[in-house]
Design a protein around this ligand. Structure first.
Ligand code: NAP
Length: 317
């Protein structure tokens, strides 16, 4: 019987789909070390992983029976895709299930940063509220402002739809622009990256982390952004050079930032912790109970398909 090894327990809805297999794994509330994954997974045909598990060439080449790595995430930058391809190991992800959840959280960050929600909450708790004032915690409106999206894919489009409802103008940068009918449907316009940076009042990142997008927003590009712009990142931390971001926030070049992801997760620099114009979330983009259950079902379907010798529904490799 094929063995399925999970590095961290995922919702039962996914596990139930794998009842016919010998399922085992980490049921403790901690992340496994690389050596543990190698040791425990040595007889596994399937590996269910989190985005925090680094599945590099050493791990993949140490698991001789491995047929599939099912990542419990849409992003798969934690897996050495080339090594998996070379060894004929399938890799799958969980697209769509988390699109709305992540787009909702992106809007929450856009609103929280512009309308200073967290500052306002602290203000009350610190008993500073003495009454309504014309200039109390003011921020920019969304209506009529330009939202720039880097990576107009599934989540980027869902954000565009929501931003339109708030009266924003939406522009985007992808390596390949959408077809003009699709641009019309979403009421968006493609721009070069430079043009996008220069014209966005709000900038939101939704591209995957790849060699190309690593530090895509470096010091030079951040310096092209409109003074006073707000930056939101619910994609991957490494897409921004975090120390350049801190500098841009300190100098006031950027008015605020909303971050769900960090360059060296789970580490968050003290400078960010101390800034009150930054809203910090612990990588909870997909954290609705519905999305997390659906993601587990997708993982279950992908693993079952590969172990049954079929094409998985969500192949990356
Ligand atoms: P997707 O549908 O594949 O969309 C990605 C978009 O990025 C595509 O439009 C792609 O268009 C664009 N892109 C790729 N490389 C690019 C580059 N070098 N420069 C500019 N654009 C580029 O993916 P998705 O489902 O929307 O997910 C996007 C990312 O969000 C995931 O990879 C993941 O890292 C992140 N995410 C985070 C959370 C969270 O919890 N915070 C939750 C879900 C997802 P082109 O190929 O034409 O460039």
């Amino acid at each position: 019987m094929d063995k399925v090894f999970f590095t961290y327990k995922i919702p039962d809805e996914g596990m139930l789909l794998l009842k016919g297999y010998d399922i085992y794994g980490n049921t403790e509330d901690r992340f496994l070390k690389k050596e543990e994954i190698i040791r425990e997974g040595k007889d596994a045909s399937a590996l269910i992983t989190l985005l925090s598990d680094k599945i590099d060439s050493e791990v993949i080449s140490s698991l001789p029976k491995l047929k599939v790595i099912a990542n419990y995430a849409v992003g798969y930058n934690n897996i050495d895709i080339e090594e998996a391809r070379k060894r004929g190991v399938r890799v799958t992800n969980t697209p769509e299930a988390l699109t709305d959840a992540t787009a909702d959280l992106t809007m929450a960050l856009i609103l929280a940063t512009s309308r200073r929600i967290v500052e306002g909450d602290s203000f009350i708790r610190e008993r500073k509220f003495v009454g309504w004032k014309p200039d109390l915690l003011t921020g920019p409106s969304l209506s009529g402002k330009n939202l720039g999206i880097i990576g107009l894919g599934r989540i980027g489009k869902a954000v565009a739809k929501r931003a339109k409802a708030f009266g924003m103008n939406v522009f985007y940068f992808n390596r390949k622009p959408l077809l003009s009918q699709e641009e019309e449907r979403f009421n968006v316009r493609h721009m070069s990256l430079e043009e996008l940076l220069k014209s966005s009042d709000f900038l939101s990142l939704h591209a995957p982390l790849t060699k190309e997008t690593y530090h895509l927003l470096n010091e030079k590009r951040l310096s092209l952004m409109k003074p006073g712009a707000i930056l939101v990142n619910t994609a991957r931390g490494e897409i921004i050079d975090e120390s350049a971001l801190i500098k841009a926030l300190k100098t006031g070049r950027l008015a605020a930032a909303g971050l769900d992801v960090y360059e060296e997760e789970p580490y968050v620099p003290q400078e960010l912790i101390e800034m009150n114009n930054v809203v910090l979330l612990p990588h909870i983009g997909s954290a609705t109970s519905e999305a997390r259950k659906e993601m587990a079902i997708i993982v279950g379907r992908n693993v079952a398909a590969v172990l049954e010798g079929k094409e998985p529904p969500n192949p990356v490799v």
